[in-house]
Each structure stands twice: as structure tokens, then as C-alpha cells.
Ligand binder design. Structure first.
Ligand code: NDP
Length: 299
């Protein structure tokens, strides 16, 4: 029997540290030109998961020397007040990136707020101008999770060109922008992309044809070993909290991939946590630095 080859664990923590140290150099250069990159992170309400995400983003800013502008607003903040804040941040020259943590309370129209952000400060890549540019293959802010996935694959040396990428999930923040990114006629792209969703028929027959499979569904451990072909590269975007009484927090984090069964078949796989998550934050920092660099051309 041939010896079983061990799949490669794609370490987002390690890679994001490398990217962050590269960014530190760029930030130093900007500081010498009198520009300190600034990121405004706005949190409305007290969603516990959002609080953790926001804390991590602010902590990373601090670590890199990016100026963090923190806005923690009460749940009852009105849409008008939030729009006013966005307008102020758009005009503040020390702020190069604006992030509104999702989800917003139900009484606020999220689309309206995101569309009010200056596209030049839209480091999350959610504004229609950036999404349109992404589709057209123009320079823009690419949404952080798709950008992080591409960067992970490229930096680990996996060729994307000509590969069949199957994405399970078509959200506006992961599935759709990732498909637009990887289908581009460009370096680190040129893939054949299939996007699946909850109405896709016979999902397994499609996932089994993937050279690179991306699971972005929000369904804990949905993708099983029998759904992937031998030698597939598997990217698990899912971050699902499931109850676990053995943990102090009372929950544990699992992905959308059933790790033990998929690990046996994959050529490479991202862990959860420690895969796509840290890459997403690294890309947010990268976009903020890019925005600060661009601002020097406008001085
Ligand atoms: P959404 O809920 O917005 O989208 C989920 C997508 O998965 C939808 O397109 C849905 O189909 C599809 N889907 C759900 N169930 C099935 C199924 N049984 N078969 C096929 N398709 C299905 O999720 P997000 O994209 O926002 O997030 C996905 C996951 O990624 C979550 O766990 C989230 O926490 C995580 N995430 C992680 C990030 C990171 O940095 N690591 C960043 C962003 C998200 P339909 O459209 O038909 O409803």
C-alpha cells in the first residue's frame, strides 16, 4: 500500500504575521512622509461576536502602528446619526479607512450606510463602486475575506490559473466577490469558477470536481470527506460557534468543513480557527495602508 501523504495545513496565522511585518515597513515609510494610516472601526450595539471581531481589528491596528479610531455606539443609535458619523469620517483626512461592523441593528438600513462611505475609504470593499470595479478587473478595494483567500493560495505557491474553483456560498461578502476575483484574466486568478448555493442540485457531484473547494456557507461541518476528490485544496471560510460544555466560553469554533474526514483526502486545507480568519484581518490592514498610500498622491 502506498504511504499516505500528509495534507498541508495552510497556516493563516503564520502567513498573516509575514504580511503584517511587510506592512510595518510600509507604515514606517509613510510615517516618514508625515502620514499615519488611520482606520475607523464603528460598532453599533453589543453583539458579542462583533465585539470580538472589532477588538481583534483594533488590536492589530495598534500592533502595526495604524491609528485606530474607535466608535462604540449604543444599539438605539439612529440611522441619521450613523450617517452623520460616516459623513464626518469621510471628510476626516486622518481617517484612511472606514469599517462599519456588520450586522447593524435592524432599524438601520445597512445598505444605505455602506453606500454612504467614500469608496476611496471603503477598505472593506463593500461599496458598489468597488464591487463594480472588481467585476471589471480594475484597481479597487477587494473585500478582505476573498482577498485573503487569494493571497493564501498564491503565497503557498498554488497555481490558480486553469483550476476549477468551486465556491459553496454566494454571499455579497464572500462567495460573489471571490468568484469575481478568481475569474479575472489576471495573475493569481484565471480560474474556472462554479458558485453553488442552497438551490444547487446534487451539490456533491459538483464539489467532487473541484481542484480548489471553498466552503462559505455558515453551516457547521457540512462539507464531508465523501464530497471532495482526492488531492483537492480546501478552504474553509466558516466560523460557527457550537455549544461545548468542556469549554470555559461554553462554545467552540468550527468551520463549514468536517475537518477529520476532509483532511484525509485533501492535498491542503485551512484550519478553523487559524486559517482564513487571520488572513481577513491582514487584508483589512493591507487595504488601509493602500488607502493611506493613495492619499499621499492626493496631498
Ligand atoms: P451567508 O449566510 O450570507 O451566506 C451563506 C451562503 O451559503 C448562501 O449563499 C447560502 O445559499 C449558502 N448555503 C447555505 N446552506 C447551504 C447548503 N446547505 N447548500 C448549499 N449552499 C448553502 O454567509 P457568509 O458568506 O456571510 O458567511 C459564511 C460563513 O463564513 C459563516 O460561517 C461566517 O461566519 C463565515 N465568515 C468568515 C469570515 C472570516 O474572516 N473567516 C468572514 C466572513 C464570513 P442561499 O444564497 O441560497 O441562501
Amino acid at each position: 500500500m502506498p504511504a499516505q501523504r500528509k495534507p498541508k495545513l495552510l497556516d493563516g496565522n503564520k502567513l498573516s504575521e509575514i504580511i503584517k511585518s511587510e506592512l510595518k515597513n510600509k507604515i514606517e515609510e509613510l510615517k516618514q512622509k508625515g502620514v499615519i494610516p488611520g482606520l475607523a472601526v464603528v460598532l453599533v450595539g453589543d453583539n458579542p461576536a462583533s465585539q470580538i471581531y472589532v477588538r481583534n481589528k483594533r488590536k492589530t491596528c495598534e500592533e502595526l502602528g495604524i491609528r485606530s479610531f474607535a466608535y462604540d455606539l449604543p444599539t438605539q443609535t439612529s440611522e441619521a446619526d450613523l450617517l452623520k458619523l460616516v459623513d464626518e469620517l469621510n471628510r476626516n483626512r486622518e481617517v484612511h479607512g472606514i469599517l462599519i461592523q456588520s450586522p447593524l441593528p435592524k432599524h438601520i438600513n445597512e445598505e444605505k450606510v455602506l453606500n454612504a462611505i467614500d469608496p476611496d475609504k471603503d477598505v472593506d470593499g463593500f461599496h458598489p463602486v468597488n464591487k463594480g470595479k472588481l467585476l471589471n478587473g480594475q484597481d479597487c478595494f477587494v473585500a478582505c475575506t476573498p482577498a485573503g483567500i487569494q493571497e493564501l493560495l498564491v503565497r503557498y505557491g498554488y497555481k490558480i490559473q486553469g483550476k476549477h474553483v468551486v465556491i459553496v456560498g454566494r454571499s455579497n461578502i464572500v462567495g460573489k466577490p471571490l468568484s469575481a476575483l478568481l475569474v479575472q484574466k489576471a495573475e493569481g486568478a484565471d480560474a474556472t469558477v462554479t458558485v453553488c448555493h442552497s438551490h444547487t442540485r446534487n451539490l456533491s457531484s459538483i464539489t467532487k470536481t473541484a481542484d480548489i473547494l471553498v466552503a462559505a456557507m455558515g453551516v457547521p461541518e457540512f462539507i464531508q470527506g465523501r464530497m471532495v476528490r482526492d488531492g483537492c485544496i480546501v478552504i474553509d471560510v466558516g466560523m460557527n460557534r457550537i455549544p461545548d460544555s468542556t469549554k470555559k466560553s461554553g462554545y467552540r469554533l468550527v468551520g463549514d468543513v468536517h475537518f477529520p474526514s476532509v483532511f484525509k483526502k485533501a492535498k491542503a486545507i485551512t484550519p478553523v480557527p487559524g486559517g482564513v480568519g487571520p488572513m481577513t484581518i491582514a487584508m483589512l490592514m493591507k487595504n488601509t495602508v493602500k488607502s493611506a498610500e493613495k492619499s499621499t498622491h492626493r496631498l
